[in-house]
Each structure stands twice: as structure tokens, then as C-alpha cells.
Design a protein around this ligand. Structure first.
Ligand code: FAD
Length: 492
């Protein structure tokens, strides 16, 4: 086994050292100790999302008993700040001796499968030295996440170039900000805006949240009664974590199912919850009554009512309208509202990265991934020895990551047992002509998914050519799923 930075061939190359890549490494270390592997990450440290996002108030909106791993107990309050999540990931790296496998500042730019040689060539650039690198690998385990870390999504609005203040995207938060006495406009209405605003409101002149349309919010305290009870009974961390994790998955799945099956009741319940947090007469219909159903996007979580408190105190005002134009001193909306701004924060979301923005080729011929069909939301038709760790969208991302890493790991064990070197998802005669659909969960359509829909891989209309979006069903079935239904073609 070779792990040296000098090595140029690995059994497995993992792309990305975020939650998914660290988990893939844990899987290989635990169940495939004989395999050599490297994790390549374009960033200068681990954590992905939890490294790049440093804006005030950045935190999880699912709890850490499930966003964390099943094999590493979470010991804090259920919802955690970005820095604490990063620290937790560092502890996992240390506990499982992952660090020696990671190479930072290595952006993978190309993957080329060599059919005769039965291996991938991995090409890229060292972002520090600007030198090109090239490795080879038997298997690619891509853990690139789903959006670009380098830059968030900022729409262009008329007059933006005339604005004389500062424009900041939360994904590229500057180190030293001082908003004292400044008028800050936060554009956007999702989880980012709702966590950022309470964190800065006390240190600004005034904050205006400017949203094109309202979003749903769910509010809860940042505590878990079961965890508190178990801890006060002296139960150890491993057992507390396991019990609370299972309960949290059940609760989250229950809530997700309830929302899907009872759209109107959930909608009204959430709006009612918000109304009860805001002063009498607040225009909830305008600012907190979304036009979509709560099942269509992740519902943002407010902890201990902090977002509503800063609105109620008058430190934060809401404007719900589209931007007509920027001016040198702020923004004018379509209905003519003039908002003065020294600073504009564009909490306008992500740019989706399609398979890590990596140019993929087979025998030097470019692959259009939009023509490929997913195999179980893990692999893709006609692409050999390549798997993607894509997590859960409605539960914590990590819940699905662990289920599919077990599947990938079993597949590698199966291949070793058979003495096969190549696995390629391949459409059978009965799969030809099936209906082709967008990748992922058809009911889940936030802006960043819609913007990149045409460049993503596709789904078919039956198993295994689609991703199972039902976590419980997948968790039950995937561990028992074999590799012999003819959709995976193995070669020596
Ligand atoms: C502010 C914020 C809060 C969130 N809160 C939650 C939450 O509470 N619960 C939840 O489930 N999800 C949440 N998410 C979603 C979150 O992204 C996932 O939960 C999870 O962190 C994704 O982990 P990942 O490792 O798959 O991807 P990422 O964290 O995106 O990491 C991917 C890594 O791959 C690297 N990479 C990508 N392409 C390449 C390449 N070509 N070459 C080399 N390296 C590459 C990147 O540099 C990065 O380090 C949140 C997201 C954000 C932005």
C-alpha cells in the first residue's frame, strides 16, 4: 500500500475532503485496509462547506446527531456553528488517521478512462504552485459536494456597477467587517439570510432583508431533551449519540412525510408559528407566506426565535419585492421602495457544480454527463469505476452518505472476491427507451438545482436507474442489494 505524496497510482482516488470525502476515507480505512488511496481537495484544508462558510451566524440547520457520523459521537447542542462542525471533522480525521491520505490545494480538472489500461488518469492543478499534476487510479470515488466552493451565485441587477457601497456574498466573507452605524441590505430569504441577520443585527445601524418572495421557517429551541436526559442519567457519549441519532432521523423523516402528505396543514402550521413570533399587525401575508409548498424546498430552521426577535425589536425590517435597480446609494424595488445601503449582502445561493466541474473523457473522447443516467444515485451509465457520494436533501446529508458508502464498499469487496477490475453500469435491453427524467428528487427544486438542470446527469423511470429518495426504504434495501441484476457489467 502506498500513501506517499510521491505515489502516482492509487487503488482509489477520493475527490473532496468534506463530510463525504472524510466518510469515504473512513470506509476504506475500516473495511479496505489493503487499498491505497488519496483524497485530493482543491481547498487548503478539510471540511468543504464547513471551511468555506465563515459568515457570522453560519450554522447547521439539521442537527449534528445526524449531520455528524454514526461512528463519531456529537457532544454539543444539536445545532452547531460552522467552526464547531469544522472542529468535529478535524477530530474524525485524527481519530481515524485520515490526514496522511489528504493532499490539499489539488484541483482535479480532468478524468480520462483508459479502456485498455483499465484505469483513470486524474489530471489537475496545484492551486498554490500552479503546477499541473497527473495520477492514475483504478476507481474514482467523487465526494465533490454539489456546489462550487470558490464563488457563490450572485444575479446581476441593473445599475449594480453604479453602487458605491460594498457588495459581499456570504460564501466569500471578508475577514474584517465593521458594520457599525451602517445600513445593511441582505438580499435573499433562505437559511443563509435567516442565520446571518440575527448574528449581525446588533452591530449594524439597520438591516433590511430584501426578498423577492417569502420562504418557510420552522422554529425550535437548540436543545434535545432526550440527549439531556440520557446525559444526566450518566449514559456514555456513544450510546447517547446512537439513540438521539435514531430518534432524530425518525423525527425528520416523520416531519418530511407529514409535510409531503399534508401540504395545506403544514403550510398553515408554519405560517401560524411565524405569526406567533412577530408583533401584532405584522404583515405575515406579505413577508412570510410563500408561493410554493413546503415540500418543494428545505425548510429553514430558526433557533430560539432569534430571527423573529430582531425583526420584532425593529433592528431588522423586511421588504418583499423584486429589485428594479441599484443606485449609487442603495436599491430601488419594482414598487418604488427606496432602500439606502452602505453594504449589500447577496445571500442569493449557490452555483451548482456538475460532477465537480471536472472534464470527463473515456479513451480521450469527451463525455457529456447530461446524457448519462444514474445508477441508484451513485454511479452513471457507461462510466466505469466511478461513484459519487451524493447525500440526502431532506434529512441530514450524511444519513444517505453512510448508506451509499456501505454500498460502494460492498461493491469493491465483491469485485475483489470475483477478481474483476472494472464495473460499468450498463442499460439492459429492457431499459432502452425508458422515460428519462431529471436527476434527484423531482419535488425538490431550489434555484441552484433549476439553474443547472440541463447540465446534470439524468434518471430513468425504474430501479436501478434512479435515486431512491426515501431514506428508510433505501437504508432497508440497499444493504441487501446484490450486484447481479445485469445492470452492472463486471470485467476481469
Ligand atoms: C451554510 C450551509 C449550511 C448547511 N447546513 C446543512 C445542514 O444543516 N444539514 C445538511 O444536511 N446539509 C447542510 N448543508 C449542505 C452541505 O453542503 C452538506 O451537508 C455537506 O457539508 C456536503 O458535504 P460534501 O463533503 O459532500 O461536500 P462539500 O462540503 O461541498 O465538500 C466538497 C469538497 O470537494 C472539493 N472539491 C469539489 N470539486 C473538486 C475538484 N474538482 N477537485 C478537488 N476538490 C474538489 C471541495 O473543495 C470541497 O472541499 C449546508 C450547506 C451550507 C452551504
Amino acid at each position: 500500500m502506498t500513501n506517499s505524496t510521491e505515489a502516482t497510482h492509487f487503488d482509489v482516488v477520493i475527490i473532496g475532503a468534506g463530510i463525504s470525502g472524510i466518510n469515504a476515507a473512513h470506509e476504506l480505512i475500516t473495511n479496505h485496509p489493503g487499498k491505497s488511496f488519496v483524497i485530493l481537495d482543491a481547498l487548503s484544508s478539510f471540511g468543504g462547506t464547513w471551511l468555506t462558510h465563515t459568515y457570522p451566524g453560519v450554522r447547521s440547520d439539521t442537527e449534528l446527531y445526524t449531520l455528524g457520523y454514526s461512528y463519531k459521537p456529537w457532544k454539543g447542542a444539536p445545532y452547531a456553528g460552522g467552526a464547531d462542525i469544522h472542529t468535529y471533522l478535524g477530530e474524525v480525521i485524527e481519530a481515524f488517521d485520515v490526514a496522511k491520505h489528504i493532499q490539499y490545494n489539488q484541483r482535479v480538472e480532468s478524468l480520462n478512462w483508459d479502456t485498455a489500461g483499465k484505469q483513470w488518469t486524474v489530471g489537475g492543478i496545484n492551486k498554490e504552485t500552479k503546477e499541473q499534476f497527473s495520477l492514475s487510479a483504478d476507481f474514482i470515488w467523487s465526494c465533490h459536494g454539489y456546489y462550487r466552493q470558490e464563488k457563490g451565485y450572485t444575479p446581476t441587477w441593473p445599475g449594480m456597477e453604479t453602487f458605491e457601497g460594498e457588495i459581499i456574498h456570504p460564501q466569500s466573507w471578508p475577514e474584517n467587517t465593521n458594520f457599525k452605524n451602517k445600513h445593511v441590505v441582505v438580499i435573499g430569504s433562505g437559511a443563509t439570510a435567516a442565520t446571518l441577520v440575527p448574528a449581525i443585527a446588533n452591530n449594524c445601524g439597520h438591516v433590511t432583508v430584501l426578498q423577492r418572495s417569502p420562504a418557510y421557517f420552522f422554529q425550535s429551541p437548540n436543545k434535545d431533551d432526550l440527549a439531556d436526559q440520557l446525559r444526566s442519567d450518566g449514559v456514555d457519549d456513544v450510546e447517547v449519540h446512537a439513540k438521539v441519532r435514531e430518534k432524530a432521523i425518525l423525527e425528520m423523516q416523520g416531519l418530511t412525510n407529514f409535510i409531503a402528505e399534508n401540504a395545506e396543514i403544514s403550510r398553515n402550521g408554519m405560517i401560524q408559528m411565524v405569526t406567533s413570533q412577530l408583533p401584532e399587525g405584522f404583515d405575515v401575508a406579505k413577508h412570510f407566506t410563500p408561493r410554493y409548498l413546503p415540500s418543494e424546498q428545505r425548510v429553514a430552521r430558526i433557533l430560539d426565535g432569534d430571527f423573529f426577535k430582531v425583526i420584532s425589536s425593529g433592528q431588522v425590517s423586511m421588504v418583499t419585492d423584486e429589485i428594479s435597480t441599484f443606485t449609487p446609494s442603495g436599491v430601488i424595488t419594482k414598487d418604488g421602495t427606496v432602500i439606502d445601503a452602505d453594504v449589500v449582502i447577496t445571500a442569493t445561493g449557490f452555483e451548482l457544480s456538475v460532477l465537480g466541474d471536472i472534464a470527463m473523457r473515456i479513451d480521450d473522447a469527451p463525455i457529456d454527463v447530461a446524457e448519462r443516467i444514474t445508477h441508484r444515485g451513485v454511479m452513471f451509465s457507461g462510466i466505469p469505476n466511478y461513484a459519487w457520494s451524493f447525500g440526502a436533501l431532506r434529512l441530514s446529508w450524511t444519513t444517505r452518505i453512510e448508506v451509499i458508502s456501505d454500498y460502494i464498499s460492498r461493491m469493491l469487496t465483491f469485485m475483489d472476491g470475483q477478481g474483476t477490475k472494472v464495473v460499468t453500469p450498463t442499460l439492459r435491453p429492457q431499459d432502452q427507451g425508458m422515460q428519462i427524467r431529471p436527476f434527484g428528487d423531482p419535488q425538490f427544486s431550489p434555484g441552484y438545482v433549476q439553474r443547472a438542470r440541463n447540465s446534470q446527469p439524468r434518471s430513468g423511470d425504474h430501479e436501478p436507474w434512479m435515486m431512491n429518495i426515501d431514506y428508510w426504504d433505501e437504508r432497508e434495501k440497499l444493504p441487501k442489494t446484490g450486484f447481479d441484476d445485469g445492470t452492472l457489467v463486471f470485467e476481469k
